[in-house]
Design a protein around this ligand. Sequence first.
Ligand code: SF4
Length: 359
Amino acid sequence: MGEETASTLKDFQIEEVEVSNLDKEEIANAVAKTYVTGQNIKATIILGVTGPLLLKELKKIFGIPFLSFDNVILSVVGRSPLARVVSVVSTFSEEKTLLTCKAVYEFIPNQIYILNSKDIGEIPQLYRRGYHIIIPCSAELVSKPELLDNLLKGLEGVSVENPLSYFKEEIYSLNLGKGKPSTYKIERILPCIADSSKIRFIAQLNANVEDLLPILYLHLKRSNYLEALDALTFTTDKEEMITIYGNGKVCAGKVKDENRAKEILLELIDLLSKAYDYLSRHGSPPAEMFEARRKLNPNIVYSYLPKLNCGKCGEKSCFTFAIKLISGEKKLSECKPLVEEEKYRKNREFLEKLFNPLL
Ligand code: SF4
């Protein structure tokens, strides 16, 4: 494992928090407030059934970032798709959460191995077979950290990694303020799974960009905004596959080399800066535009075109022009009637914002 996982349980101060005032029963099974010492970083970790939207909601209520146990598992698996993870669960809801994760995310058989706490004796053998070990602190363990210590001591000769160390980076990114990113840090460069002649990389921007993702979604044609995951994915014209997360994490695949990775990140910072300026000037894009983009198809675009089929854009029909606008082969300015005639002004402005909100 890398240096960032070298922290020990002593680096963290764990506190049990009162959860009885939470009516979200599904998350109230265990909550641990964690401080990373020396860095003034504070976050709350929920060990139980959670989802990104729920985590966001809790962040709003408590004013501090929340992480879920399954995030941690997935962050390990996501960083290294060949990594194998053992997770020791001690509650039924943890087990259920992980089984769902397995069903949704597991591409390689046995990538996530779930053990019940009574089967803890199997850990040394699995560790030798190359599995990472993640032991969630259940409510009981959190309230009595010495139990976890005893558990770890019982595994003599085996270097079991501290589960909380995985949170450290995630906590850092959750504490980033919203704003205009100006720098990046490439955290990992790995071989690309889809194309062995290329690389993939994971990087961290120095700002939270969650408010900027919807604007980029409108701007980037081959993009998909996954609100529930707080992520935007898009394909570049070089067929590179990029994912940006609201917390400033960037993952990319099918990238030529490290130099290209740096170029991508600089281009992304430039784009996000423009999105930030847009947000400062106009606020969040109107729901109508967002919906139109979500349902973006030739019929919708066609409905805003003059429908003259005059051929001035070089296409035989307005419908073909609409298709090529969506694919990026044509520009709005090529439809002369739309640009020049006053009666189409409103339609033109709508389409301009739809296709180029950052302009
Ligand atoms: S120039 Fe405009 S109105 Fe004429 S065919 Fe092309 S899209 Fe239609």
